[in-house]
Design a protein around this ligand. Sequence first.
Ligand SMILES: Cc1cc2nc3c(=O)[nH]c(=O)nc-3n(C[C@H](O)[C@H](O)[C@H](O)COP(=O)(O)OP(=O)(O)OC[C@H]3O[C@@H](n4cnc5c(N)ncnc54)[C@H](O)[C@@H]3O)c2cc1C
Length: 401
Amino acid sequence: MDFSLTDDQRLIRDTVRQFMDAEVRPTIRARDRAETFARDELRKLGEMGFSGMLVPEQWGGSGADTISYVLMLEEVARVDAAMAVALSVTNSLAAYPIYMYGGEAQQRKYLPRLAKGEILGAFCLTEPQAGSDAAAIAATAVRRGNAYLLNGTKSWVTNGGEAGLYLIFAKTDPGAGARGVTAFLVEPSFPGFRVARYEDKMGLRTSRSAELALADCQVPAENRLGEEGAGLKIALELLDSGRVGIAAQAVGIAQGALEASAAYAKQRRAFGKTIGEFQAVQWMLADMQMEIEAARGLVHNAAWMRDQGATKIGPAASRAKLYAGEMVNRVVYKAVQIHGSLGYSRESDVERMYRDARVISIYEGTSEIQRLIIARDLLRASGEAGSPSHREAVTSRGGRA
Ligand SMILES: Cc1cc2nc3c(=O)[nH]c(=O)nc-3n(C[C@H](O)[C@H](O)[C@H](O)COP(=O)(O)OP(=O)(O)OC[C@H]3O[C@@H](n4cnc5c(N)ncnc54)[C@H](O)[C@@H]3O)c2cc1C
């Protein structure tokens, strides 16, 4: 087993690290306070090829492997978790589905603009009454000639109000339950599309989370993504790889918190010593590093499986997302503890990281839902030869991904 990064992977990691330290770190605290969306910074990262990493060069993407993709997200989140979620959604929940499930006209129209950072993407599944229970969405889509009319409310839309393209899920056959959901590519200029309001959040204050109101929103029939009724299957397949990205975001936040804590422990003095000389603080730092490495291993394993063409990375992605999402909350708790009162102040970065980390065990499937996916898989697998991960790794996915 080879854990080393290739030259290309190292180059991507170092390029993003340099960009984030030079261009984002100096303004991050002020932007968080003012809740300023990082529009220009995201566009620059898009121009550098980081908005379409999972899309081939033919469509303007960089055709990178998944390990490179998670390295990019980790480096972005190490400095700015809100930018990481904007990129994660654009890459894996907007550009990738168009490549994977879209027709050629849709790919030609939207992929180059997404992949080059001209526009951001958004993924709209959640509704006020339907989060974990995605089949309970109530938005409807009714065919009228060459268009569909979409009606309903979408909530917690990341990049809402900023995105140039929204992947919206609505029911074309409300009586068919999970099989009645269809996916649509919606531009914000389509009649009947409106951003109703923005969420006032605990963390990720510079990320936009919008509620969308769809009132007879006219979507050309050619903007349906996939077949009628295939929407929920598409959404759940996308979330499998999306979760690997969110787990990488968690590792990035935790790494940033560890670096800030180690630096502070070497500088802050108490009782005639630096606090890093106290065993209690050393133990916290050691546990933080150990947990981050463990999470990074799960993330890279899931990413590696995807690169090997594994048919089913869902349970591996869920293990990475579950562990990393809970790990980052333990790590930022300790980071604030090591910083003492400064950690409770908005003058420190770890205060922001503490708030930003909290959502990781909630979005793209809560920790409880990840446990359901993992348990369901291991119970199904019990009695069969080989461990679940072994079987996932050796089956070939085929298709275009
Ligand atoms: C900052 C942010 C950004 C987001 N971005 C997006 C986005 O871009 N697009 C999008 O579509 N959505 C987005 N979401 C929504 C997010 O995916 C949902 O919040 C999440 O799926 C959980 O749904 P819920 O909030 O309705 O919680 P619920 O589903 O109401 O769950 C509430 C509690 O019940 C538990 N629970 C529910 N069902 C079960 C079960 N079967 N077994 C055990 N426990 C259960 C949950 O784990 C949780 O603890 C975002 C959310 C946030 C906070």
